[in-house]
Design a protein around this ligand. Structure first.
Ligand code: DC
Length: 221
């Protein structure tokens, strides 16, 4: 199969919209590969923090992104052989990821790596610009969203379940700041791609959202 014939499902949306869970499960159900593109920005942010990189030096950050010693081993993400699957989920890392994701040289540095995930029999790609920039010819594009309150509640529940203390007001203002940055940046902003199906999951379970995406995909065939 030539690369351009390999089907891609692009799932974009704001932070804590549940798109990670939905994209992952849709990939499992179809036997497709899965790209968590946000993890690449998070890995770049974590590398920068650990190396004490100059956060104002766009080219140094792009170099880090281009040479990430990353390996995806099933559900585990390894950075220079260390399992960083949990470390990249820290709020501090997510916030920095959102900041460096606004830098054009960093986005360019991660471009080829993202394309390389497109392998037979198919790919589910999760992010902010999967349908607009990375895979504009995706077979199915979904923009998965939920109200800020529903997303803050979900994040709150996740943190409490992990035994991490959380404050609803801080979570809400963090989410709003991140949405604002991701939506209003000059390059690859978070917007629904042309032809994207919009899925508002504020009042849906993850299972309902998964079934809806699978039903849309079935219609593309
Ligand atoms: O999906 P996430 O929360 O793990 O992503 C972390 C940050 O990375 C997010 O705030 C914006 C950025 N990002 C991006 O700019 N483009 C993508 N395709 C994925 C993530």
């Amino acid at each position: 199969m030539t690369t351009s014939a390999i089907p891609v499902i692009a799932i974009d949306g704001p932070t804590a919209s549940g798109k990670g869970t939905v994209a992952h499960k849709v990939a499992d159900r179809l036997g497709f590969h899965y790209l968590d593109s946000g993890a690449l920005y998070r890995l770049t942010a974590l590398s920068a923090l650990r190396r004490g990189a100059d956060l104002a030096d766009e080219h140094a950050l792009a170099k880090l992104a281009e040479h990430l010693p990353v390996q995806f081993a099933g559900a585990e993400i390894l950075l220079a052989h260390e399992n960083v699957s949990h470390a990249i989920r820290a709020e501090e890392v997510g916030n920095l990821a959102s900041k460096i994701a606004a830098l054009p040289a960093v986005r360019q540095a991660l471009f080829a790596l993202q394309l390389s995930f497109r392998k037979a029999p198919g790919l589910v790609a999760d992010g902010r610009d999967m349908g607009t920039v990375i895979f504009p010819h995706a077979k199915l594009k979904v923009f998965l969203t939920a109200s800020t309150e529903a997303r803050a509640q979900r994040r709150y529940k996740q943190l409490i379940e992990k035994g991490i203390s959380a404050n609803m007001e801080d979570l809400l203002s963090d989410l709003q700041a991140r949405d604002d940055r991701d939506t209003h940046r000059a390059i690859a902003p978070l917007v629904p791609a042309a032809g994207a199906h919009i899925l508002d999951t504020s009042h849906m379970t993850a299972d309902q959202a998964i079934e809806e995406v699978l039903a849309w995909y079935a219609l593309t065939k």
